[in-house]
Design a protein around this ligand. Structure first.
Ligand code: IFM
Length: 452
């Protein structure tokens, strides 16, 4: 098989028996059933109805109807020979108000999903938080409120109690950099807050919550494999000019280093991102001891590379991205550059932290404009994207870097947050009018690859 960037033949055996292959999803993006069986409102349920920030006004109320169709979709996971299925729990299905009374139908539902996975030889990997904070807690300040550490820890305890007998792999949070940045600084994601006054306390309380949640899991489930996931993009400077180099360094610290370093006990990269200095006001005596956890694995989620230049006009960070659209490079539907070496660079970067014991690519994938033609969906660009990225993972592995798993984002086309249903990331096409599923050629390719 020929890859775009160098000839790297790939087959499953080259990765070894212990390499974890999987597919990733998130509750809010697939489940639908947003107010069924006692589920409470999350910040996303409220955000989509309150704002005009979702493209074409798309509603996640039904999404992929995974809530009702989980058996069919887990059957598809099995049919594609995917051994590991990563999904998140919806906090408000379990605790409608975020705290207090447990909603038994929510617990029953996730028990059914977990049991169905296991009955079918599919290993469930659970993410505890994939962005859908309970709205009731947002009314109390959400992540800007320091009490969020206790709210989250209590929720984790309940999940460990109910599902820990069967689930071995846990991820505490998904991409804190994205939900804190987009939701608490830029206001383009739920809950739509903006500015440093929201962003800085949210960062600190999320860091404390990740560590507290992980410690809670360790206490309750000593045998569990505990991880957490980080978004990352390969950052390169626009030129060798000192101010572009410095701008790239700031963006790299903000996008790639902030959270991994904070939960690894290094503190915040304040020298490289001076705009974050105000965070010290939220750090209380004793916090340093609660900002370090030894994760069994670290999840990284990489999709692209960004080119960064100095920008006088960008507040706080004086840096701007040079849009991939303006660079004449291959693009996905998200307007993200297709650049397979980015994943190799990110594996190298995260390997440099001695705290990273195992490194798993917990998300990688691409959206392309898929179409149903004669009842099938041919998506050669996605096939090539997956092949070339997997090849880069293999390259890193062969060079001796830790790379212990690879999960495709995502199983089925789904609700892509503020982009609505427009970008289709799935290995499986979903007709959102009929809920019909069609395995794309990328799904068939992945299934054949995993068969070995
Ligand atoms: O859909 C998202 C997911 O929720 C988090 N990681 C990136 C994906 C693609 O944008």
């Amino acid at each position: 098989m020929i890859s775009l960037y160098g000839d790297i033949p790939i087959n499953k055996e080259l990765f070894g028996e212990d390499f974890a292959w999987g597919v990733s999803t998130a509750a809010f993006q697939i489940e639908g059933a947003c107010d069924l069986d006692g589920k409470g409102m999350s910040i996303w349920d409220v955000f989509v109805n309150r704002t005009d920030k979702i493209k074409s006004g798309h509603s996640p109320a039904v999404a992929c109807d995974f809530y009702n169709r989980y058996e069919q979709d887990i059957d598809l996971v099995k049919q594609l020979n995917i051994p590991n299925f990563r999904f998140s729990l919806s906090w408000t299905r379990i605790l409608p108000n975020g705290a207090g009374e447990i909603n038994q139908p929510g617990i029953d539902y996730y028990n059914r999903v977990i049991d169905y996975c296991l009955q079918n030889g599919v290993e469930p990997w659970i993410t505890l938080y994939h962005w859908d904070l309970p709205h009731e807690l947002e009314l109390k300040g959400g992540w800007t409120n320091r009490d969020s550490v206790d709210w989250f820890t209590d929720y984790v305890k309940i999940c460990a109690q109910h599902f820990g007998d069967r689930v071995k792999h846990w991820m505490v949070m998904n991409e804190p950099g994205v939900f804190a940045g987009a939701g608490y600084f830029l206001g383009i994601h739920a809950p739509g807050r903006t500015g440093l006054k929201n962003f800085l306390p949210a960062i600190h309380h999320v860091v404390l919550s990740i560590v507290a949640g992980a410690k809670q899991l360790r206490r309750d489930l000593p045998a569990a494999r505990i991880g957490t996931t980080f978004s990352c993009s390969f950052i390169e400077p626009h030129s060798d000019k000192p101010r572009d180099l410095a701008a790239a360094k700031r963006v790299d610290a903000l996008l790639n280093r902030l959270f991994i370093e904070a939960v690894s006990g290094y503190g915040y990269p304040l020298d490289d991102v001076p705009a974050l200095k105000g965070i010290t006001k939220y750090i209380l005596p004793g916090d340093a001891g609660n900002m370090k956890f030894e994760f069994d694995f670290t999840g990284i989620q990489n999709y692209t590379r960004e080119i960064v230049k100095y920008s006088f006009f960008t507040p706080y960070i004086s840096a701007a991205l040079v849009k991939a659209e303006d660079r004449g490079v291959p693009l996905t539907e998200m307007k993200w550059e297709v650049y397979p070496p980015a994943i190799y660079e990110m594996i190298k970067k995260f390997n440099a932290y001695p705290e990273v014991k195992k490194l798993i690519i917990t998300e990688n994938g691409a959206a392309f404009p898929d179409e149903v033609i004669n009842g099938g969906v041919a998506d050669p660009l996605r096939v090539e994207y997956l092949q070339t990225h997997i090849a880069q993972v293999l390259k890193a592995k062969k060079e001796g870097y830790k790379a212990d798993g690879y999960f495709v984002w995502t199983l089925t086309d789904n609700f892509e947050w503020a982009e609505g249903y427009h970008p289709r990331f799935g290995l499986i096409y979903v007709d959102f009018d009929t809920q019909r599923r069609i395995i794309k050629s990328s799904g068939r390719w992945f299934a054949a690859f995993l068969k070995g």
